[in-house]
Design a protein around this ligand. Sequence first.
Ligand code: MN
Length: 424
Amino acid sequence: MKITANDPDKKTWLHVEKNSDFPIQNIPFGVFLTKDNITTIGTRIGNYAIDLAALHQLGYFEGIPLTDDIFMQDNLNDFISDGRTTWRLIRNRIADTFDKEYKKLKENSKHRDIVIFDINEIEMLLPVDIGDFTDFYSSKNHALNVGKMFRDTENALTPNWLHMPIAYHGRSSSIVVSGTKIRRPKGQTFPKGAKNPMFKPSESVDFELEMGFITTDANKLGKSIDINETDEYIFGMVLLNDWSARDIQKWEYQPLGPFLAKSFATTISPWIVTMDALEPFKVDSPEQDPKPFDYLQQEGENSYDINLEASIKPKKQKQTVVSKTNYKDNYWTMSQQLAHQTVNGCNVRSGDLYGSGTISGPKEGTYGSMLELTMGGSKPIKLKDGTERKFINDGDTVILKGYCKNKKVRIGFGECRSKLRKTK
Ligand code: MN
């Protein structure tokens, strides 16, 4: 089926600012609370949130097989379970409904009042009920940088790293939507030079600039997903901040990987941008040497050109961009990650979340964490207000942004923002 919603020449009758992340070619999916306290599934065009439950009730999805309450939910899991054909039909229909040439909704002010909200009048909620969360470690630059600091230069990449997408199972209960405040965690650390471990608030709370992808129900327990079929099962992407307490991580991570250093919070952006909307921004993924096993081999363009940035905004001050990087250089692709996740027969479900791992470029200013940007805290970075940061301070807000751009269209992810509060 053709993705007519992606037509780069399409214009909408709604006002959209020139550099908006949400032109009519985006049509992401999210969940929001209206000013009348009603939770609904919606999309966004420009600075308008559109109530899809209301559109459905008013008959705008006529002819598309949907249950009556598919959009009257507090998460997207059921809609995602409906599969790729339905996602496409709905995105195409929304694009038609808001097309400049289409008059039915445009000229019905009663319907418009029911369906369209100003983005400032609504509150975004977590878009999916996340059953399982896997966080990968797929940026080679990041793995090299961290390996040098946590181990040594000779053994920066562990022997398995070039053979499979390394990951750990994360915690889903503490995944929160952009805007939710985070509390500085307490935990065990063993600082350099100390005689014994200590228990205290973390002194090195960090962000990790990541992208996450969300799956639909894909395979039964015991079956795996062929790498050439993974596209069927990936619904879309969000920005993801994998909050990390480095001092806790350093003391606890061996031999089973991160635990409490990561599980205190993970923040995601509220609008899921579909893989269909990202289709025009597919690019080659990096060459892989050695060649991976057959189950991880794929043809064609398998990465995405997504510009990313991270900023720190101290309390009552302007924000400073501390990192600019791009998703496309990630060594392991989403397809490889999903094929690997299921190769042992592990089943994936609708609403599951997969983090890319911290996305770091090859040089200074392109690293996706403070750990790398400040060389483990040894080279603090200066913010616009004159203060320095080794890691994240109480009262700081971390803001992640991301967008794709070609000559005709810009598709963005909005923001993933969260403020760090002091330990209680
Ligand atoms: Mn991570």
